[in-house]
Write a protein that binds this ligand. Structure first.
Ligand code: HEM
Length: 170
């Protein structure tokens, strides 16, 4: 549950982010570009540079805990971009996991007492799960829409239904 306590705990994350986020984002792109199957998704350095900025804005927005329509629309739009770009859900989740682990590591290096640290880490886990849930719901929805339009075509003009993405296990 995301409540007043979660918001209170997450206020402690923003200053850590301000110090460490640049480094975490740089490391993230350096890490994922080592994998040829991921590297080929990107068009080049200019795109990655622009993405680094957008990544930072996204995380700061998330930890500011304003869960309004603008936030939900943005999370869903970002999910849609990843779906359209062919980022497999397992890869997307692995990306979230990378950020989550880096953040846990940055926070545990700070001077929180054990109780405080536990509260902060639990709150971080909650909002990251929420964000991931919203983004990934797009994948389920798009997959369902594709299925339905395929079914309609089969029942109608019998054109070839749209192919499932490569990551869908039939
Ligand atoms: C390995 C996993 C990932 C890959 C391969 C990937 C790839 C991409 C690609 C190709 C784009 C579109 C770039 C463009 O339109 O020029 C994009 C946009 C973006 N990605 Fe990822 N991504 C990954 C994980 C993540 C994760 C975990 C997040 C965190 C939420 C994230 C946040 C964003 C944001 C904020 C944008 C910009 C959306 C906008 O246009 O406003 N990505 N990503």
């Amino acid at each position: 549950m995301i409540n007043a306590d979660t918001r209170y705990n997450l206020r402690k994350v923003i200053p850590v982010f301000r110090e460490d986020l640049d480094f975490i984002v740089e490391k993230f792109y350096a890490h994922i570009r080592q994998f040829p199957e991921i590297s080929q998704i990107f068009t080049g350095k200019a795109q990655i540079d622009a993405l680094k900025k957008r990544q930072k804005q996204h995380w700061i927005k998330l930890f500011s805990c304003r869960f309004d329509d603008a936030y939900v629309n943005s999370a869903v739009r970002i999910g849609k971009i990843h779906f359209t770009q062919g980022v497999a859900p397992s890869l997307y989740v692995a990306g979230y996991n990378y950020f989550h682990c880096e953040l846990v590591s940055a926070l545990t290096r700070r001077k929180f007492n054990p109780r405080e640290l536990s509260d902060v880490l639990t709150s971080v886990c909650r909002v990251i799960s929420l964000d991931m849930d919203l983004s990934l719901s797009v994948y389920t929805q798009e997959y369902r829409d594709n299925q339905e339009s395929g079914d309609r075509q089969e029942a109608g003009d019998r054109q070839e239904p749209e192919q499932n993405p490569a990551w869908v296990i039939e």
